[in-house]
Design a protein around this ligand. Structure first.
Ligand code: A5P
Length: 221
C-alpha cells in the first residue's frame, strides 16, 4: 500500500519541476519511483528533507539541490504519521525529520502526502504523540513547560540510551496529548514555549493526501 500511494503521487511529477523529497518509509518508495523515472529521462531537481533522504536520493541518481539555489519548490511528496480526515492537518516527525520537512513544505506550492488508510483519524493525537524538536540546553525546563499544555513529554532516545539527535543536532520530546481539540491553537501555544525549535503539527499546509487501501488509492484534497 505504501508503494501504491507513492506511485500515485509520483505520477504527478513532470519535467522541469523542483521536488521536495520526503523522509520515512513511505516517502522512500516515492524516491524509488522518482529514481526510476529519472533513469527513463525525467528531468527534475530534488530538495531532500533529511540527510537520510539525501543519501537515498543521491544513490538513486536523483539530481539534488537546496533551498538556497531553489527557494520555490513545486511539489513536495512526503509521508505522515496521522492525517485528520476533515481538514488534512497532520502529525509528522516520528521519523525525526520534522523541522526540515516543515521548512520545505512551507516553501512548496503543493504538499502531497502519501499514507495508508490506517493513518486517517477523526482527531489528531488519538494514536501518536506530537514530536517536538527542542534545543538540548535546559531541555528538562522546556519539557516541563510543555507538560503544562497537557502533554506527557518523553525524551526520544537512541537504542544505546543516548538522547536522539536530529539532523540539526537538537533533541525531540514526544508529547502525547491524547485527542487534540484544535491543532491550530495547540500549535500556537507550543510555538510560544521557549526552547522549542519546531513541532510536528502541520496545520493548513497539506494540498492533497493519497490514501492507499486494499481496494485502491483515493485522493483527498
Ligand atoms: C519523518 O520525520 C516523518 O514525518 C515521516 O514522514 C512520518 O514519520 C511517516 O513515516 P512512515 O512513512 O515511515 O510511516
Amino acid at each position: 500500500m505504501k508503494i501504491a500511494a507513492a506511485e500515485s503521487a509520483v505520477a504527478q511529477v513532470r519535467d522541469g519541476l523542483v521536488i521536495g523529497l520526503g523522509s520515512g518509509s513511505t516517502a522512500a518508495f516515492a524516491l524509488h519511483a522518482l529514481g526510476r523515472r529519472v533513469l527513463e529521462g525525467l528531468r527534475i531537481v530534488g530538495i531532500p528533507t533529511s540527510e537520510r533522504a539525501a543519501a537515498q536520493a543521491g544513490a538513486l541518481g536523483i539530481p539534488l539541490s537546496n533551498l538556497e539555489d531553489n527557494p520555490h519548490v513545486d511539489i513536495t511528496i512526503d509521508g505522515a504519521d496521522e492525517v485528520e480526515q476533515d481538514n488534512l492537518d497532520l502529525i509528522k516527525g516520528l521519523g525525526g525529520a520534522l523541522l526540515r520537512e516543515k521548512i520545505i513544505a512551507s516553501a512548496s506550492k503543493k504538499l502531497v502526502i502519501i499514507v495508508h488508510g490506517d493513518k486517517l483519524v477523526s482527531r489528531l493525537g488519538l494514536k501518536v504523540p506530537v514530536p517536538i524538536e527542542i534545543v538540548p540546553f535546559g531541555w528538562q525546563v522546556t519539557a516541563q513547560r510543555l507538560s503544562t499544555l497537557g502533554a506527557k513529554p518523553v525524551l526520544r532516545r537512541d537504542p544505546d540510551g543516548a538522547p536522539y539527535r536530529t539532523d540539526g543536532g537538537n533533541y525531540i520530546v514526544d508529547c502525547a496529548f491524547e485527542a487534540i481539540d484544535s491543532a491550530e491553537s495547540l500549535a500556537r501555544e507550543i510555538d510560544h514555549v521557549v526552547g522549542v525549535v519546531e513541532h510536528g503539527l502541520f496545520v493548513g499546509l497539506t494540498s492533497e493526501v493519497h490514501v492507499a487501501r486494499a481496494e485502491g488509492v483515493s485522493i483527498l484534497s
